[in-house]
Design a protein. Structure first.
Length: 143
């Protein structure tokens, strides 16, 4: 497996990573993804892709380094998804390890993510990876 941090403007963001990301975020279109990238990159949004031995993208992670008053400095994972055809093959573990290394290098105190309450398979994975539930995430839709 090869893990690659994709730079802004890299065509693999839409050609390779977006199809995998759509498994987690089916509401995205290519145009919407590109507009989020354009705005999010100024906020530190980055994407990392995992490729199998055949060169097929099988995992995607969107992440950023965030400074705040509660964790001081954390690596926040916006998106973490393994292609359905590659689940339970170590892709998620490899992506998390790669992101943890980024967090340590950047002096972060923690790696942090939110996971929808309905994603029980993902929760089992996070618990196996020694992640803990430390907070509630409250949402008020603004429609």
């Amino acid at each position: 497996m090869k893990i690659i941090d994709l730079e802004p403007g890299d065509s693999r963001l839409t050609a390779d990573l977006l199809p995998v990301l759509l498994e987690l975020r089916p509401h995205l279109t290519e145009d919407l993804f590109l507009s989020i990238l354009a705005e999010g990159q100024g906020q530190g949004l980055r994407f990392t892709a995992a490729y199998d031995a055949d060169g097929v993208c099988v995992g995607a992670a969107g992440w950023r380094i965030v400074a705040n008053t509660s964790q001081i400095r954390k690596l926040y994972v916006d998106d973490l998804v393994t292609a359905s055809t590659a689940r339970s093959t170590g892709v998620g573990r490899a992506l998390l390890a790669h992101l943890e290394e980024h967090a340590r290098t950047a002096g972060c105190t923690e790696l942090n993510l939110d996971s929808g309450t309905h994603r029980t398979d993902a929760h089992r994975f996070y618990f196996r990876e020694r992640m803990a539930v430390t907070a509630f995430n409250f949402v008020k839709p603004l429609t």
